[in-house]
Design a protein around this ligand. Structure first.
Ligand SMILES: [Zn+2]
Length: 531
């Protein structure tokens, strides 16, 4: 049986740009649009030409993308003609393949927000779709608040959608703008809509306010909708939009959808998904969500010993899909419940050859357990585990010694009489026969220590030049008689590879120092720096 085509529409650059703390530059937008294009997304919505300089510039030139590059904007304003509306004119001039208009479809909003009549709202939809069609654009109509509007007045909500479809809009987009609609309601309402407008022209745009935007998207598809709108990593205001990074692998790997539908993303493109997801976080300077389905670092991580030995025999036993299919990796965690099999599986994964009967394996397991009892968490700090394993198995060169360090925090008045806090760290290091002293100022004690430590490592400096600290997390643990501080540091090198190291101590500077040292030494080992 021939498969039906299901289309994917990405709105990371438009709706996703509404996320608190996200502010895309033109360079960001072009890079993200390029990634989405490479991924095989059918439609990429770039923004709102005329609304700000970034979006106006984005649509000022043909960007040469394979995807249907889409501009977003409003239908003509009430009481104006389509030819006499500057907003609509800017949208029609945009170098875009498609135009997505947004219009009200809830009669209450038409009266209260738009202060116009339902007839004028429908006339505005008709005129705008017609004007864009005349310009040779593919047209979509976003029916704002469609589900709430449909519950309040189904005839009117449907009339808005139908008006666009009758004028030749390729897609009518049913938006759950407030994000509160539940999957069974979406399925029922979309089922009603497709009796009037063919499902091959119906799209779903779900927000995640009940954490069911992905489920709502699939509910709409089950009811007949054939386009899903969403964003990378579920970016979007409030609780986000439907997450395409979860939707795509489900469509590709779950038989219910894979056997019924073709999408624009090939198997080879699917393998880049984890990378695309992480690249977006990188651009936003955020740590990737470890627990993200399919692409998160923990998505295929297993903790208990009994599972680890089963996974070693047959990986499929505890995995719902193959991690490699989305470019992710299997990970066996070393943890408090660790058994020998976990440790052996993890050593194999990180490329350390070990004989399973080697008594040092038992010793390593003991150290892991002792340290986890006082607050270390090796399942998160993979690089610190690797360092511990290499040291226990006698394989880490002594590259350098830190003989002494000193961190000074001072609050005082500067020359302008302003109150300032100045932090400085001094580190004394021995590399081979050379003794070195480095000092650095930082915006806090850990930052100053990090900068001083990495300022001059003599002959090793070239190996750590591209090393940077990208995330720093502190937790106070109340174990035993006194509180201890756990520091986790995430580092990245010039090739974009990331690793996490850990330090635990009653003193936050000591804990940070341990984690920083592990990170630097991990990098030297990884770079095969000579001892
Ligand atoms: Zn939205």
């Amino acid at each position: 049986m021939a498969k039906e085509r299901l289309y994917l529409f990405d709105t990371t650059l438009r709706d996703g740009a509404q996320t608190n703390g996200v502010d895309f530059t033109l360079t960001d937008k072009l890079a993200i649009a390029g990634m989405l294009d490479e991924l095989g997304i059918d439609y990429v919505e770039g923004g709102y030409p005329g609304a700000n300089t970034t979006d106006t510039e984005l649509f000022a030139h043909d960007r040469g993308l394979k995807t249907t590059f889409t501009a977003f904007g409003m239908t003509r304003r009430p009481g104006r003609s389509a030819s006499n509306d500057p907003g609509l004119a800017a949208l029609l001039e945009a170098k875009a393949d498609a135009i997505c208009f947004v219009a009200k479809s809830w009669d209450y909003h038409v009266r209260v927000a738009l202060e116009t009549t339902t007839e004028e709202n429908i006339a505005s939809i008709r005129d705008s779709v017609r004007a864009a069609k005349r310009k040779g654009r593919e047209v979509l109509l976003d029916c704002e608040h469609f589900f709430d509007g449909y519950k309040a007045n189904p005839q009117f909500a449907l009339a808005c959608a139908k008006a666009a479809y009758d004028e030749g809009a390729r897609w009518v987009v049913l938006c759950d703008t407030n994000g509160g609609t539940l999957p069974h309601e979406v399925e029922k309402i979309v089922g009603e809509v497709v009796k009037t407008i063919p499902g091959s022209h119906v799209a779903i745009h779900a927000h995640n306010d009940t954490e069911q935007a992905v489920a709502n998207s699939f509910a709409a598809v089950r009811a007949g909708a054939r386009q899903i709108q969403g964003t990378l990593n579920g970016l979007g205001e409030r609780c986000g939009n439907a997450n395409l990074v979860s939707i795509i692998p489900t469509l590709k790997l779950k038989p219910e959808f894979a056997e019924a539908f073709d999408i624009g993303v090939s198997d080879a493109q699917l393998k880049k998904l984890a990378q695309v997801s992480h690249a977006l976080d990188e651009r936003l300077n955020r740590a990737p969500n470890r627990n993200a389905p399919y692409v998160g670092e923990s998505a295929f991580a297993t903790k208990a010993g009994i599972h680890a030995s089963a996974i070693a025999k047959d990986p499929a036993t505890y995995e719902h899909v193959a991690p490699g299919s989305i470019g992710n990796k299997r990970k066996v965690l070393v943890s408090e419940q660790a058994g020998r099999s976990n440790v052996l599986a993890e050593l194999e994964r990180i490329g350390i050859k070990a004989d399973k009967d080697d008594p040092r394996i038992g010793r390593l397991l003991e150290i892991v357990k002792e340290r986890e009892a006082i607050g270390y968490a090796y399942e998160t700090a993979d690089a610190s585990f690797e360092m511990l394993a290499r040291r226990t198995l006698g394989k880490v060169p002594n590259y350098f010694d830190v003989n002494q360090f000193d961190v000074n925090v001072e609050q005082r008045n500067n020359v302008k009489g302003e109150r300032v806090t100045v932090t400085m760290a001094v580190v004394k290091v021995t590399v081979g026969d050379d003794n070195m002293i480095s000092a650095a100022e930082g915006n806090g004690p850990v930052n100053a220590l990090d900068l001083a430590l990495r300022k001059d490592l003599g002959k090793y400096q070239k190996y750590i030049a591209g090393l940077k600290l990208i995330d720093y997390r502190v937790r106070i643990l109340n174990g035993g008689t006194e509180a201890v501080t756990r520091v986790l540091i995430e580092s990245e090198d010039e090739a974009g590879e990331r690793w996490t190291t850990i330090g635990v101590s009653p003193n936050i500077i000591d804990a940070s120092f341990q984690a920083l040292m592990d990170s630097i030494i991990f990098k030297l080992v990884k770079s095969d720096a000579p001892a």
